[in-house]
Design a protein around this ligand. Structure first.
Ligand code: PMP
Length: 408
């Protein structure tokens, strides 16, 4: 089957794509913000509520056992999906943001004044602000890996930032703005040589790249279900078993305890120690269905297709006068950012929306990166498995028209 036919068949599984927006066929190029959901995910969530809804791990009745089995099956699917050693290493969160906050809150009790945390200049606010809050609380110091002229992480500068005081390194696998794939294996190995723990923000990676947490040897890996064809409100924090065992819990409440008395409380075993309260059961089951969906995809066909979309779009953008494309010719995944000289990125996005084309504009929750790029915002197109080359062409044509209109 040709890749074009394969993509057409895939699209049929995403009913939302088949609609008119502002009297034009929708062209959805904002997948970095969230992906659309296939019918199998929507059905799994409906089916859970229609046939299996009960609280998990608590009651000794059949429905609760059924819900618990489905819920825990999803955890095993995540474990296999990212090649974690054990299912206890998979902690459910609300999303990447909550996972990083969880870690920052826990490490706030472990770090001391003068300890160092390294992040990079291209991080999402979710991987900046929790560390700033921790630094304020503990006196820890945040150091920033700069970008090279070409807009990739400066690994040589990273080496120089590492010291005996470096305790944590927290880095995005893929930049949500530039789409650049960061050299995380190199970063993990260098950080480990200094005894630092490494946290990888995988929010933009999981839908595009195969993730092997054992191969990477990262200490923690975080992602959000909604960027992987799953529902919102569910995410994953992977952590190495021994580390999770040693770390204290974050939130207290039901589920995370073994025994409670007013004198002393003991904590539950992993993974429940980090899962206080009723979890997002339907979300976890929906994410399990999303992983089934991804596992059934022809990944090699889709990788080539995505690279074709990126290559076409980057080349076409470079050919338009007054367009500046960032992170040109780098190993990218999913997204391309650009600006149009003299025009506001939000104006461009709104005029594209008037033609049914959904792109993202602004600072993309990465204001420090905007300072590095020296623009207040960019326009980002981000692709997913169901986007076609025709859609990329429609976008380029519409952009040319918008620029011409604004410059007239
Ligand atoms: N990190 C990166 C790189 C992201 O792209 C995002 C989402 N835009 C986040 C973190 C935060 O993810 P969420 O809002 O799902 O918690």
């Amino acid at each position: 089957m040709s890749s074009d036919l394969y993509i057409e068949q895939l699209r049929a599984q995403f009913p939302i794509l088949d609609q008119q927006v502002n009297e034009h066929q929708l062209v959805y190029l904002d997948n970095g913000a969230t992906t659309q959901k296939p019918l199998s995910v929507i059905d799994a969530i409906c089916d859970y509520y229609q046939t299996s809804n009960a609280n998990v791990h608590r009651a000794s009745h059949a429905l609760s056992n059924k819900a618990t089995t489905c819920f825990e099956k999803s955890r095993t699917k995540v474990q296999q999906f990212i090649n974690a050693r054990r299912s206890e290493e998979i902690i459910w969160t609300k999303g990447t943001t909550e996972g990083i906050n969880l870690l920052a809150n826990i490490f706030a009790r472990q770090l001391q004044a003068g300890d160092e945390i390294i992040i990079s200049a291209l991080e999402h606010h979710a991987n900046i602000v929790p560390w700033q809050m921790l630094a304020k609380q503990t006196g820890a110091i945040i150091k920033i890996i700069p970008l090279t002229q070409e807009h990739c992480l400066d690994v040589e500068a990273f080496k120089a930032l590492l010291t005996a005081n470096t305790k944590l390194v927290s880095i995005a696998h893929v930049s949500n703005v530039l789409g650049v794939i960061n050299p995380i294996k190199k970063i993990i190995d260098l950080a480990h040589q200094k005894g630092a723990k490494v946290i990888i923000d995988g929010a933009q990676a999981v839908a595009h790249l195969e993730v092997d947490v054992q191969g990477l040897d990262c200490d923690f890996y975080l992602f959000s279900g909604h960027k992987l064809f799953g529902p919102t409100g569910i995410g994953v924090m992977y952590g190495k078993y021994d580390l999770l065992q040693q770390l204290p819990p974050w939130q207290g409440g039901g589920e995370m305890i073994e025994t409670v008395s007013f004198e002393e409380t003991t904590y539950n075993r992993l993974p429940f120690k980090f899962e206080a309260g009723t979890p997002n059961i339907a979300g976890a089951i929906g994410l399990g269905a999303a992983i089934d969906f991804v596992n059934n995809l022809e990944r090699s066909v889709l990788e080539k297709h995505e690279q074709r979309l990126l290559a076409y779009t980057e080349a076409a953008l470079k050919g338009i006068q007054d367009v500046v494309v960032f992170a040109q010719n780098l190993n990218k995944s999913g997204a391309i950012s650009f600006i149009v000289k003299g025009e506001h990125s939000t104006d461009i996005a709104m005029l594209l929306d008037a033609q049914g084309i959904a792109v993202r504009s602004g600072s993309h929750c990465a204001m420090p990166l905007m300072s590095v790029l020296q623009y207040s915002g960019t326009i980002r197109v981000s692709f997913s498995v169901y986007n076609t080359l025709d859609e990329a062409k429609v976008f380029i044509k519409a952009l040319q028209n918008v620029i011409q209109m604004l410059q007239e």
